[in-house]
Design a protein around this ligand. Structure first.
Ligand code: GLC
Length: 630
């Protein structure tokens, strides 16, 4: 085939080629093809237009999408239709996410299925099961080194079980979310073995170089991501060649400059789509395109690639969504979020600044972020979380901090020291992750309860856990709980005795399901019971509060040095959130609140509040107040 020409001519050629292989296309597919093809074509032209095989690869991708659609189970097509009628479904105040490792939380897929009644009790509508695919024995970066996207790790179950689980979850009102780990594969993936062996068609699947010349050149400008594992971005092969591995040495980055890689990965994505997955968590999006002389992070082509995947997904599984995992500068995080690219994104800035505010007792950076960096395009949403399975990186913008007189570098150092308990009087019991003596860079790991003070026995610990969740649940988008945190689970240091895990301190905050804490969740005499009941009350309240749907948020000047304040507008008024990150009682005076009618309701306790008396917030306390303008 020839290279790309113009979209209309190419569409005809591609359609002919696809129909020659797959038979007549069904009408709804053709409709979507007409809608998506021009942009897919334009993206291919930019990414691959210079290559002689560009049209052939594009045609193959469309052919796979057509075949995948024709195999799409009826109930998933029904879900596609339902979502088309309710495109804002994921922006509802009723949304609540949970995330866990299948093995650690439930032993396997069968165990996850047994936990569905609990997920319903909690109110989940979204369940992210962390990587469950075939992966190397021993260290597989918690499954983030995938050896086959079409096989479930046999220790956890089978692909059929995953599809059945997706169906059961769907019936329970819960959307299944899995990772799409598309930046890299494990070194045991068939593509990797073929590439090393020089099997025709696979030579350019990865970035493999004969000697250090190119690796040295690239490493002039790229960051070290896992310096504890290997310096730089490359690792040696047994035969002396070098392969690009951003993360662990056994996670090899794919070469997306080769359209055959895009085509192959699109095929894996479509396979997962038809298992009943509703949201794909797009792992490590910032790293997918490399260029010499740059950081090789968040390059323009990374966005084009995601858009191309998005177009393919819209052809064959139109109700599915992408969630971007970009833990980078906030400008770059935002650049991935659009209905044409990733409809959802983690909100690492809000997450990190919540912890920042708790450590400093100063809410200004978080307040500024909410006022300046919270707005999103229509048709997209944040995923707001208190912590994830990964470390906390202090990804705020130095320029934002400078406006408040805060210097980025020393401030990050302080936060790292504070959260790993190297600061006198710290309530936190985190552990350092990937401390890099060359750059002074480091990140922090720890469960919410341990970071917030429960492990240290700090009197404010439980309140901080609840406060952090009260923020995540009230700013908009989808709040996401790390399962176990809702019963106050502490750090687990046993990873240090496991040779496959000892080198990766993130395992400190990835414990097994805390069965005893779950058993105690109705017992208010226990930490687990108190945390669970307070969070459950917040979840219930959120689901009954339409103002918490969507993303609209307006800052509010609370005139108090430790109080974060914002409004979530509704039809008649707003919900005013006041959150005290300080250790002392905070009084918001009546004058500050005088723009509102004095009659307000605390929607968590359902009590009436008279704003004419001001509002008193206990240390680490908060209110969600329904207010009306005066
Ligand atoms: C993402 C995952 C992280 C993993 C990395 C490499 O950042 O969240 O756990 O180590 O990608 O796949």
């Amino acid at each position: 085939m020839t290279a790309l020409t113009d979209a209309a001519a190419d569409l005809d050629a591609v359609r002919d080629a696809v129909e020659a292989g797959a038979g007549t296309l069904d009408a709804s597919f053709v409709e979507r093809l007409d809608a998506q093809f021009p942009r897919l074509h334009a993206l291919f032209a930019t990414l691959y237009g210079h290559r002689a095989d560009a049209r052939e690869q594009l045609s193959a991708v469309v052919g796979e999408a057509a075949a995948s659609w024709s195999r799409r189970p009826l109930e998933l097509r029904a879900r596609d239709a339902q979502r088309a009628d309710d495109p804002d479904w994921f922006q509802s105040e009723r949304m609540l996410g949970g995330v866990c490792y299948v093995d650690r939380y439930a032993g396997g897929l069968a165990g996850v299925r047994e936990a569905i009644p609990y997920f319903q009790e909690l109110g989940l509508t979204y369940l992210h099961l962390m990587p469950l695919f075939e992966a190397p024995e021993g260290n597989s970066d918690g499954g983030y080194a995938v050896s086959s996207y079409r096989r479930v790790n046999p220790a956890l179950g089978t692909m059929e079980e995953l599809a059945e689980l997706a169906a059961d979850l769907r019936l329970a009102g819960i959307s299944l979310v899995v990772d799409f780990i598309f930046n890299h594969t494990s070194n045991e993936h068939e593509w990797a073995r073929n590439a090393v062996a020089g099997v025709p068609g696979f030579e350019d699947f990865y970035l493999i170089f004969p000697d250090r010349t190119m690796p040295d050149a690239y490493e002039e400008t790229v960051r070290e991501i896992f310096p504890d594992d290997h310096p730089g971005a490359f690792v040696p092969l047994e035969d002396g060649r070098w392969v690009w591995a951003t993360f662990y040495h056994f996670q090899w980055d794919l070469n997306y400059a080769n359209p055959a890689v895009f085509r192959a990965m699109a095929g894996e994505m479509l396979f997962l789509a038809n298992q009943g997955v509703e949201i794909l968590r797009m792992d490590a999006v910032a790293f997918i395109w490399k260029r010499l002389g740059t950081t090789s992070e968040s390059l323009p082509e990374a966005h084009l690639l995601l858009q191309a995947f998005n177009a393919v997904l819209h052809l064959a599984a139109p109700s599915m969504l992408f969630k971007s995992e970009a833990i980078v500068h906030p400008d770059e995080v935002a650049a991935y979020i659009s209905p044409d690219e990733c409809e959802l994104s983690y909100n690492p800035l809000q997450m990190a600044l919540t912890w920042e505010a708790l450590a400093t007792r100063d809410p200004r950076l978080l307040q500024q972020a909410l006022e300046r960096r919270h707005a999103l395009p229509a048709g997209t949403a944040w995923v707001n979380y208190v912590r994830s399975h990964d470390d906390i990186g202090w990804t705020f913008a130095d320029e934002d901090a400078a406006e408040l007189g805060i210097q980025g570098y020393p401030h990050r150092r302080f936060l790292n020291d504070f959260y790993v308990n190297r600061v006198e009087g710290s309530f936190a019991r985190g552990v350092p992750f990937q401390e890099n003596p060359k750059t002074g860079d480091a990140r922090v790991t720890g469960t919410t309860a341990s970071l917030a003070g429960i492990e240290a026995g700090d009197a404010g610990g439980e309140d901080r856990v609840v406060l952090a969740h009260a923020i995540a649940m009230s700013t908009g988008g989808i709040p996401l709980l790390y399962l176990g945190d809702e019963v106050g689970q502490l750090n687990d240091y046993s990873f240090r005795d496991d040779p496959d895990r000892a080198g990766d301190t993130r395992w400190v905050h990835r414990p097994e399901r805390p069965a005893a804490a779950y058993d105690a969740r109705t017992d208010a005499a226990t930490t687990a019971g108190r945390v669970y009941q307070r969070l459950s009350r917040l979840i219930e309240t959120r689901k009954a509060t339409p103002e918490f749907g969507g993303n609209a948020l307006i800052g509010f000047g609370a005139n108090h040095p430790t109080v974060l304040a914002y409004q979530r507008p509704g039809e008649a008024g707003a919900v005013l959130v006041l959150a005290n990150v300080g250790d002392d009682l905070a009084l918001i005076d009546p004058l500050t609140l005088s723009g509102f009618a004095p009659e307000a309701t605390d929607i968590v306790t359902a009590r009436e509040v008279d704003l004419a008396h001001g509002v008193a917030l206990p240390p680490h306390g908060f209110v969600w107040l329904r207010v009306t303008p005066r």
